[in-house]
Design a protein. Structure first.
Length: 117
């Protein structure tokens, strides 16, 4: 069952109450451009159920996440990911999670380094 939090920014974007530049949408997920991109291409893939952490995920939500992970590679032409991309899921304070609705960052368009701090 889908969960919804009326105070959550990404739930509001999914509902259409807050605008976003949508790149892909189906019943399970929404992919839109990050408002403050950290790479030339920076999208957020958001499962359409509200949960913060992998640890909070229901069976149903783990199915949504699997669908997200399987969908992203099929969109590589549309999203311009052909030279490679990075997926990031921030979890909790040290990782800098600021929106408490689980999301996959899709970063691309530049040769990336590998320095978390
Ligand atoms: P986190 O820090 O939780 O892993 O990622 C949250 C992301 O959401 C950040 O990269 C931030 O730039 C993005 N973000 C925050 N507010 C908005 C918004 O109103 N619209 C969009 N499109 N992205 C947002
Ligand atoms: Zn939410």
């Amino acid at each position: 069952m889908k969960r919804f939090d009326e105070n959550c920014l990404f739930c509001k974007i999914i509902k259409g109450d807050i605008p976003a530049k949508k790149m892909y949408e189906d019943d399970d997920m929404l992919i839109f451009c990050d408002i403050d991109p950290k790479a030339p291409k920076h999208y957020l893939c958001v499962p359409k159920s509200h949960f913060k952490l992998l640890a909070d995920m229901t069976e149903y939500e783990s199915e949504l996440l699997r669908k997200c992970l399987q969908k992203i590679p099929t969109l590589k032409d549309e999203l311009g990911l052909n030279d490679g991309y990075r997926l990031v899921i921030n979890q909790g304070d040290d990782a800098g999670q600021t929106v408490f609705h689980l999301h996959i960052h899709i970063l691309s368009g530049v040769k990336m380094g590998w320095t978390p701090a």
